[in-house]
Structures are given as structure tokens and as C-alpha cells.
Write a protein that binds this ligand. Structure first.
Ligand SMILES: NC(=O)c1ccc[n+]([C@@H]2O[C@H](COP(=O)([O-])OP(=O)(O)OC[C@H]3O[C@@H](n4cnc5c(N)ncnc54)[C@H](OP(=O)(O)O)[C@@H]3O)[C@@H](O)[C@H]2O)c1
Length: 445
């Protein structure tokens, strides 16, 4: 592995040099173990501790197949799906690997007693499989996390609709929280030149998801002037949704849970901010009963911030706890676009407010290659910035996932894989210097 790292750190390594590097037999990876899938049985979700289930260990390098690439991972990041995997909720990810493994002899490689997790990476291509022409050893890349087979016609308008669509590093093995990752070559995108490895690895999953959910025609199709209610506006998804709203001429109404988080949203340029803790919204009277008076109080607060207007789009992901309020506060003809259910997936809302006011609920999930590419392009051009707040070492991934599970983090949490320290990998200093305050916005909070 040292030889690989030396080649990446040297400035004069050619593609041929990279291609000639020997691939090690094993690599260090963050894993969960199949025989521990019941380790948290009976423990409340909140108390399930990723530090107990996530391991750092040596695993064999997988065989490289057609259309695939082996990538030396310099940095990765923790997403909420790393939390779901590590607490085995809502289901153990080994079920995904078993099902995928049944598809073909090649996919059978993924069905193992351990799962290498992680759905983001920034690094360098080491080897490409047969049929890969666009990428070569030595290319500096990031990877988006859409894995598709595309053998069916269904996925050929929008690859997210492929029946064999999976999230790499969550529903497939050999993910990015490791020194080496296996990806399909159509997951690769150019690494933004002005960013460090850890900054480049941070946006991937959430930035692409927020792009489809909010901007793309497949999601809410946001337009100039739209009022956009963004839950968790300084979190992983929300910190990108807020930037897309601002950059696209919309008006974000940012919901957060502390003055500190409100401050970050303000520093991004948002003006309408609601601190849900300070204003103490209680949308549920008890586990089974919602309180429409609280929806109304929330709606009134939004109108105070928008000169009396209602929201065109709600950027939803908390799910059960907020969904009733989200449907209520959306304007007539508006859109509630949802990609998750962090607080529970059995949503309840008053359907009269939906049908009588001709609102739409749109489901959105990750992004197709084109959407991920467009989202990455905006990062590369310095129009949208990474929201990295803190970076951990690979052996601290359990702690990083714990922080995200407990909502102790801001924006995105990075993880160094092969990169020996933060701050490396910048190729365009001029563009970086131009945007440095924005790139570091989440760092010192
Ligand atoms: N379908 C997809 O493709 C996709 C992609 C990415 C993420 N996701 C899912 O989306 C969810 C959020 O991901 P993320 O990366 O943004 O996580 P995150 O970094 O933890 O941010 C989510 C934010 O939502 C707010 N929040 C959490 N629970 C809430 C509640 N009960 N009521 C109101 N606000 C709440 C919190 O902000 P405040 O405390 O400041 O309010 C939190 O910081 C996760 O469930 C994740 O698995 C889905």
C-alpha cells in the first residue's frame, strides 16, 4: 500500500507507472460482521452504538470484473446510511448482499460474511476492468454511489428506475470507507481540482441526492423565487439543499435545532431561519396523535418570514415526526419531496390538505449518473461548496458514525483513508483561494 501512496503523493507518476503498480492482496477496510447482526437486539435505536459494530480490519482485494475499477481511496465520508448499516436498521444490510449475490457469478463476490461500507470516495484509479475506456490508472476521481446493471429496458430513461438499482457501499460490498474500493466505472467522476481529498469526498451522496430531490425535473424542479422549506438545513442533505436554493434564486426557509446551526445557515446566505428547539414545536401530542394547532403555529411562523407566503416546496427527510406539518404548510399546488424517514417511515398526514389544495408528494432517491455529474460539476466550478466540518481517521469511523447518529455533527463528516493528513490533493490553488471562506464555512463551528 505504501508504494501506491508514494505514487499518488509524487507529482510525476504517469498513467503507465500507476498501471504497473502491483495491487496488494489485502487492504484495511471498515466492516460490519454478519454474525453480529443481532448484537443490538432489544436495544432502543438511540442507544445502538456504531463504535461497537464497526470494525477496521484487513480484507482481500476483490477480483476486478468487466466495467469496473479498483480505486485507491484517499478519503471518504460518513453518511446516514453508514449509521443505518452499523445499527442494523431498518434491516441488516447482509440481506441486500445475499440477494445481489444471487444475480450472477460476478455479483456473488459481494455476498460475504463481512460488509465493507461507505458510499463516498475521492481517490485515484488503480486498475480498470475489460470494457472500460473512459477512465485509466492514475485518474483522480470521486465516485457517486449509484450501482446499476441496466440489463432491463426499465432503467434506460432514468437509471434510478433500473430494477437492479443499488446504493454502492450500502446495498453492495467493497464500499469507500477503506483503502481500496471496487466501483463500476459509470460511478466515476472527475475530482474537483480545487479541493483536498477529504473535501472532495464529502459532497457526493448528499449533494447528488439534494440535486435530484430539489433541482432536477425528476424531483421538485425548483425555480427562481420558490419558497423552499428545508428540514435539517445545516445537516448532510440540508446544507446542500440550502446552497441549491440560494444559488438558484429561491428563498430557503431553513429549519434547524440550535443557534449555532442557525448561524451556519445565515453564513451561507439564508435569511429565513426557524430554530425548532427554541420555538418548541410539538407536532405529536403523543405517539399516536398529532396536534394540528402546532402545524398552524408552524405555518404562521413561516408566513412571518416570507411576507405572508406559503412554501412552494418542502424538502422532506425527517419523516413521521414532521410529515403532517410538511403537508399542511405547503402552498396550494405545491410539492412535498421526500427522500427519507429518519424519525419513522409510517407517515401520517391529513389528506384533506393534500387533495383539496392539489399538492403533490414526490418520492426521490439518490440520483442518476447525469444528475450526480451535474451536482459534482457545480462543486468543481465553485458554485456549490463542500460542507465538511470535521475529519476522522479510518480507525475512528465508529466515533464519526456515532456523532452522526447522535446529531452531534454539522454538515458532513469526513474520513481519511490513505491520505496521511488533511489538506492534500489540491491541484488548482487559484480557484481554491477564491472560495476559501466558503469551503471552510462549516469547519470552525
Ligand atoms: N434516499 C436517499 O437517496 C438519501 C440520501 C441521503 C440521505 N438520506 C436519508 O436522509 C436522512 C437525512 O440524511 P442527512 O445526511 O441529511 O443526515 P444528517 O446529516 O443527520 O442531517 C439531518 C438533519 O435533519 C434534522 N432532523 C433529524 N431528525 C429530525 C426530526 N425528527 N425533526 C426535524 N428535523 C430532524 C436534523 O437537523 P436539526 O437538528 O438542525 O433540525 C439533522 O441534522 C437520513 O435518514 C438518510 O438516511 C436518503
Amino acid at each position: 500500500m505504501k508504494e501506491i501512496l508514494d505514487a499518488i503523493l509524487a507529482s510525476d507518476t504517469t498513467a503507465a507507472d500507476f498501471a504497473a503498480l502491483p495491487i496488494p492482496e489485502s487492504y484495511r477496510a471498515v466492516t460490519i460482521h454478519k454474525d453480529e447482526a443481532d448484537m443490538f437486539a432489544g436495544v432502543p435505536s438511540r442507544d445502538k452504538d456504531p463504535r461497537k459494530s464497526l470494525h477496521l480490519e484487513d480484507v482481500p482485494v476483490p477480483e476486478l470484473g468487466p466495467g469496473e475499477a479498483l480505486v485507491a481511496v484517499m478519503a471518504s465520508s460518513v453518511n446516514y446510511n453508514s449509521v443505518w448499516t452499523s445499527i442494523f436498521e431498518p434491516v441488516s444490510t447482509f440481506g441486500f448482499l445475499e440477494r445481489y449475490g444471487k444475480l450472477s457469478p460476478l455479483t456473488a463476490r459481494h455476498d460475504l460474511p463481512y460488509h465493507v461500507i461507505g458510499s463516498d470516495l475521492a481517490g485515484v484509479v488503480l486498475r480498470t476492468g475489460p470494457g472500460v475506456n473512459k477512465w485509466k490508472p492514475g485518474d483522480e476521481v470521486v465516485a457517486h454511489c449509484l450501482s446499476v446493471e441496466l440489463e432491463s429496458a426499465d432503467g434506460h430513461n432514468d437509471t434510478m428506475l433500473d430494477p437492479e438499482q443499488r446504493i454502492w457501499g450500502f446495498e453492495t460490498n467493497f464500499g469507500g470507507l477503506a483503502e481500496i474500493a471496487l466501483v463500476k466505472s459509470n460511478q466515476l467522476m472527475p475530482k474537483p481540482d480545487h479541493l483536498t481529498w477529504e473535501e472532495a469526498a464529502a459532497p457526493g451522496l448528499v449533494n447528488s441526492t439534494a440535486y435530484r430531490q430539489l433541482v432536477s425535473r425528476n424531483g421538485a424542479g425548483m425555480k427562481q423565487g420558490d419558497n423552499v422549506l428545508i428540514w435539517g438545513a445545516s445537516g448532510g442533505l440540508g446544507s446542500y439543499a440550502t446552497q441549491f436554493a440560494l444559488a438558484g434564486g429561491a428563498n430557503p426557509i431553513c429549519v434547524v435545532s440550535s443557534p449555532q446551526k442557525a448561524g451556519i445557515c445565515r453564513s451561507m446566505g439564508a435569511e429565513a431561519i426557524i430554530d425548532r428547539n427554541a420555538e418548541d414545536y410539538r407536532f405529536w401530542k403523543d405517539e399516536h396523535t398529532q396536534d394540528p394547532r402546532e402545524w398552524k403555529r408552524f405555518g404562521k411562523r413561516i408566513r412571518e418570514l416570507t411576507d405572508g407566503e406559503d412554501v412552494d416546496i418542502v424538502f422532506e427527510h425527517p419523516g413521521r415526526e414532521t410529515f403532517g406539518a410538511s403537508v399542511y404548510v405547503t402552498r396550494k399546488g405545491g410539492t412535498i419531496v421526500t427522500c427519507a424517514s429518519t424519525s419513522g417511515y409510517n407517515h401520517e398526514y391529513d389528506n384533506r390538505y393534500l387533495w383539496m389544495s392539489l399538492k403533490r408528494i414526490v418520492g426521490s432517491h439518490f440520483a442518476n449518473y447525469r444528475e450526480a455529474w451535474e451536482a459534482n460539476r457545480l462543486i468543481a466550478k465553485g458554485k456549490i461548496h463542500p460542507t465538511l466540518s470535521k475529519t476522522y481517521r479510518l480507525d475512528e469511523t465508529g466515533q464519526a458514525a456515532y456523532d452522526v447518529h447522535r446529531n452531534l455533527h454539522q454538515g458532513k463528516v469526513g474520513v481519511l483513508a490513505l491520505a496521511p493528513q488533511e489538506g492534500m490533493g489540491v491541484r488548482d490553488r487559484e480557484l481554491r483561494d477564491k472560495h476559501l471562506p466558503a469551503i471552510n464555512r462549516f469547519r470552525n463551528v
